[in-house]
Write a protein that binds this ligand. Structure first.
Ligand code: SF4
Length: 66
């Protein structure tokens, strides 16, 4: 697992990654404010551009989810 902030422009923190469900591995890190953990190996369909994207990917259509 890796950790990240909500304003980090990666797919794991984007509203379009796997649509309303989001990433299965993405959850708040217990005991840390404003920090999320995610599995960098997880891949999901982007509902914006319809490509299969890994959690750590990014693009210029990123929008914050959290
Ligand atoms: S490819 Fe872009 S729009 Fe799609 S989930 Fe990743 S950052 Fe968001």
């Amino acid at each position: 697992m890796k950790i990240t902030k909500p304003n980090n422009k990666i797919c794991a923190m984007c509203i379009h990654w796997n649509g309303p469900l989001g990433g299965k591995s993405v959850k708040p890190r217990i005991g840390m404010m404003n920090v999320f953990e995610f599995d960098p190996q997880e891949k999901n369909i982007c509902y914006k551009n319809h490509f299969n994207k890994a959690a750590w990917h990014s693009c210029n259509q990123w929008q914050n989810k959290f």
